[in-house]
Design a protein around this ligand. Structure first.
Ligand SMILES: C[S@@+](CC[C@H](N)C(=O)[O-])C[C@H]1O[C@@H](n2cnc3c(N)ncnc32)[C@H](O)[C@@H]1O
Length: 294
């Protein structure tokens, strides 16, 4: 049989980089990092290599090599590097599979508000009455799976955006910018501090044949928008309150997510001129929306 032997070990966050290197030295064919607890990495700092506090590290080795040889190589490398990680006594056999297919299959269509968010390669029939939003998962945040993204998509799908100008501040994958375009916005801008996010946004906009202007945060425009949607964390929302209020046209809407329920009052306090609607919460995350008075 051709297949793989899998070793799975538990590592602390600061051990992961070294561990990965040693596994490849021992001739691992692939190394995967899996969250051991339930600690999603929501927004890694730019240029960082994020790992969870407790990470399950899984490595695949060709199964022509005897199990004892792989384990003994790993023990030697770990010892030389002073890496105190317990190795299992046995490796799991993993049959060879179509890995590309399996990884693509992780991304399935998802129904949020009026949207049917799907990867471009998925050809499942589209449920009647829903608007298709093609979205390829990439290196930027925003596949539609996170409750904060869903809260914003629900707001966008419940509002009349025809002919409106929309700013997606912290656009990530561009999912909200594309959603606004699908809802008929006349001009959509996606802005982010991460250049990778702008590449992902342009890609996803073109998948949906929608024009989306992309800007780096340093080029934040001065003209206001009819709708500003910002799914970033509570602290940036507080720090950026003057910018985000200024970007919202008098009479326009501002929609904010990325804050935990217990942070809602603190964020609202930073926006004294906004007339807020009722907060909406999902899985511990709150969405704030409101209007800037005329
Ligand atoms: C949680 S993701 C949201 C992505 C997408 N809009 C969504 O709703 O799924 C937050 C995004 O905001 C960006 N971001 C964080 N701080 C920012 C800032 N100060 N200015 C602009 N973008 C920022 C991050 O790079 C990231 O792409």
């Amino acid at each position: 049989m051709t297949g793989f032997r899998q070793v799975s070990v538990l590592a602390a966050g600061n051990q992961v980089e070294l561990l990965e290197e040693l596994l490849f030295l021992a001739d691992a064919q692939a190394v995967t990092l899996v969250d051991h607890g339930d600690a999603p990495i929501f927004e890694p700092p730019l240029g960082s290599h994020p790992v969870w506090p407790q990470t399950q590290v899984q490595a695949l080795f060709h199964d022509e090599r005897p199990e004892s040889e792989i384990l003994s190589d790993l023990a030697t490398y770990f010892q030389r590097a002073n890496l105190l990680i317990e190795l299992p006594s046995h490796l799991t056999i993993v049959p060879d599979q179509d890995w590309v297919r399996i990884s693509l299959d992780q991304f399935q269509p998802i129904h949020i508000g009026k949207f049917w968010v799907k990867p471009s390669w998925n050809e499942d029939p589209i449920p009647e009455g829903l608007t298709t939003l093609n979205l390829d998962p990439g290196l930027a945040f925003g596949t539609g799976m996170h409750p904060t993204t869903q809260l914003c998509l629900e707001w966008l799908s419940n509002h009349q955006l025809s002919g409106k100008t929309v700013m997606d501040f912290g656009c990530g994958s561009g999912i909200l910018a594309v959603a606004a375009g699908c809802m008929g916005a006349s001009q959509v801008t996606g802005l982010d501090i991460d250049p990778q996010a702008l590449i992902a946004t342009s890609h996803n906009a073109s998948l949906n044949q929608l024009p989306v202007q992309t800007l780096l945060a340093e080029d934040t425009p001065s003209q206001p928008f009819d709708v500003v949607v910002a799914n970033i964390l509570a602290n940036p929302l507080i720090e950026l309150s003057a910018t985000l209020t200024g970007l919202t046209q008098p009479g326009g809407h501002i929609v904010m997510a990325g804050l935990l329920d217990e942070q809602a009052d603190q964020v609202k306090a930073a926006y004294p001129s906004i007339l807020f609607d009722q907060d909406v919460s999902k899985d511990g995350w709150t969405r704030l929306s409101g209007r800037r008075p005329e």
